[in-house]
Design a protein around this ligand. Structure first.
Ligand code: NDP
Ligand code: 8X3
Length: 248
């Protein structure tokens, strides 16, 4: 039986690239997200290359929906907690509480709901591996990003704490914390404003979803005795959150 990987937020960006990469590496992939048509396309693409893919359409913010989708699954060896978003880019006093709720409910609570369900299965099976997609925003808060940064600080804290909680259960926990990756992330953050989204990557060659998938593929094929606690992955033109070298 193939090893089983579950990737949340596989309809786009990092999650989609990770599903394709893991399937190509021989994992049976369970791809999740809210956009069913995108998941169908992904499944067809994976199957056309001889891979195995099952899709589950649900919103990670909905605890009951998480249970309905995930409870019937028998075994998962690898969980990639990727589903997430930034919504809005403004000072705290100008922020939208709807945006705050979307980020907190998805990036923190959704990750927790999915993790608890899958961790219980891993414990019953005697082990597993959880990879959380954090961000450099999880250690370097910036102006106009207070709530997004707070959610990624939470992912950073949860990654460290769950590594301790799950240690004796043989579950490895890794966190990947990327800088700029060009996906639909900025389009979502700026509520569909493509000009504002393009401006984020102006003069920079950002990372791609495939670059993050490459790191995930690497850490998941290491010997069982070895864990990568965290990786910070940056475009070569970005030193940290505050220094970006933009070419004209
Ligand atoms: P995308 O917008 O391209 O992908 C986000 C994915 O998350 C989509 O598949 C989306 O699926 C899914 N998602 C969002 N909300 C929900 C929800 N409520 N329920 C289920 N799935 C959901 O962005 P990225 O690929 O860039 O983002 C992936 C992760 O990487 C996020 O956690 C993000 O914070 C993190 N990250 C991104 C960086 C970047 O620069 N792009 C840098 C550092 C971290 P659907 O809409 O179909 O539900
Ligand atoms: C996504 C990228 O710029 O918010 O996490 O750190 S950034």
């Amino acid at each position: 039986m193939k090893k089983q990987a579950l990737i949340t937020g596989a309809t786009s960006g990092i999650g989609r690239a990770t599903a394709l990469r893991l399937a190509a590496d021989g994992w049976a992939v369970t791809a999740t997200g809210r956009r069913r048509e995108r998941l169908d396309l992904l499944r067809r693409e994976i199957e056309a290359s001889g891979g195995e893919c099952r899709t589950l359409t649900f919103d990670v913010r909905d605890e009951e929906a998480c249970h309905a989708a995930l409870d019937p699954i028998e075994r998962i060896d690898l969980l990639v907690n990727n589903a997430g978003l930034a919504a809005g880019f403004e000072h705290l006093d100008q922020g939208s509480t709807a945006d705050w709720n979307a980020m907190i409910d998805t990036n923190i609570k959704g990750l927790l709901y999915v993790t608890q369900i899958i961790a219980r299965k891993m414990i019953a099976a005697g082990g597993g591996h959880i990879v959380n997609i954090g961000s450099i925003a999880g250690t370097e808060p910036y102006e106009n990003g207070a709530v997004y940064c707070a959610t990624k600080h939470a992912v950073h804290a949860l990654s460290q704490a769950m590594r301790a909680d799950l240690l004796a259960d043989g579950i490895r926990v890794s966190e990947i914390r990327p800088g700029m990756v060009e996906t639909e992330f900025s389009i979502v953050r700026f509520h569909g404003d493509r000009t504002a989204a393009d401006n984020v990557y102006r003069g920079v060659e950002p990372l791609t979803g495939d670059d993050i998938a490459e790191a995930i593929a690497w850490i998941t094929q290491l010997p069982a005795r070895m864990n990568v606690n965290e990786i910070v992955l940056m475009p070569s033109q970005q030193a940290c959150q505050y220094y970006v070298h933009r070419k004209r």
